[in-house]
Design a protein around this ligand. Structure first.
Ligand code: GRF
Length: 202
């Protein structure tokens, strides 16, 4: 049985698109069953609709606090019988209570080589720090932001003439390969977490 996956987005959804493309392969072990956005204008919603995936807008402005927002999110996931959650550019902090309910079943992609450059503007942070390698990380979501056991990383060189835009594009290309692979491994129960380390069984 394929795992039922929800993808949570806030924006353009190029990572969502990469997951959609991967899931078109009949042998892919996950089916994208729901896309939720907190932004009605998120471009990723159209990508989902085009792929025939049910979408739901849960707008944070309609909720008084994070707890009530996350409670609605949780109900939506339960209602769609979701097994696994992928955060893909979902620009909201989640409550510890919600995260704990999905711990081990919720992953995120972050555009830096964690634990370096958490938070926003990761590419500018990398340029400012003068690092020679940048990259992206897929990790399990834990209550602390941009922390959690690391499942996979990909690196790219930082070039002398890089700008924030050129570096972002180079990293994004890797994100689109890494995220579908990591989700496949999770969906096939091939990830073993020991303490803070994740090993992937082949
Ligand atoms: C990606 O860089 C992802 O790593 C980060 O947010 C961005 C989302 O881009 N968490 P997209 O909406 O998938 O194009």
């Amino acid at each position: 049985m394929k795992k039922r996956v929800a993808v949570l987005i806030s924006g353009g959804g190029t990572n969502l698109q990469a997951l959609i493309n991967a899931a078109k392969d009949p042998s892919y072990p996950a089916s994208l069953s729901l896309v939720i956005s907190n932004q009605a204008a998120a471009g990723g919603l159209q990508r989902a609709e085009q792929a025939g995936i049910p979408t739901q807008i849960i707008a944070h402005i309609d909720f008084q606090d994070r707890a009530s927002y996350d409670a609605e999110l949780h109900q939506a996931l339960l209602g769609a019988q979701i097994d696994l959650v992928c955060l893909a550019g979902f620009m909201r902090l989640l409550t510890a209570d919600f995260v704990q309910k999905w711990e081990g079943r919720m992953i995120n992609i972050h555009p830096s080589l964690l634990p370096s450059f958490k938070g926003l503007n990761t590419h500018q942070q990398a340029l400012d720090a003068g690092v020679k390698l940048a990259g992206c990380t897929v990790h399990f979501v834990v209550p602390e932001m941009d922390a959690g056991p690391i499942i996979a990383q990909a690196s790219v060189p930082v070039l002398d003439d890089d700008t924030e835009r050129t570096l972002r594009a180079r990293v994004l290309e890797q994100e689109h390969k890494l995220y579908p692979e990591a989700l496949a491994a999770l969906a096939q129960d091939r990830l073993i977490i020991t303490q803070n380390r994740v090993t992937t069984q082949s």
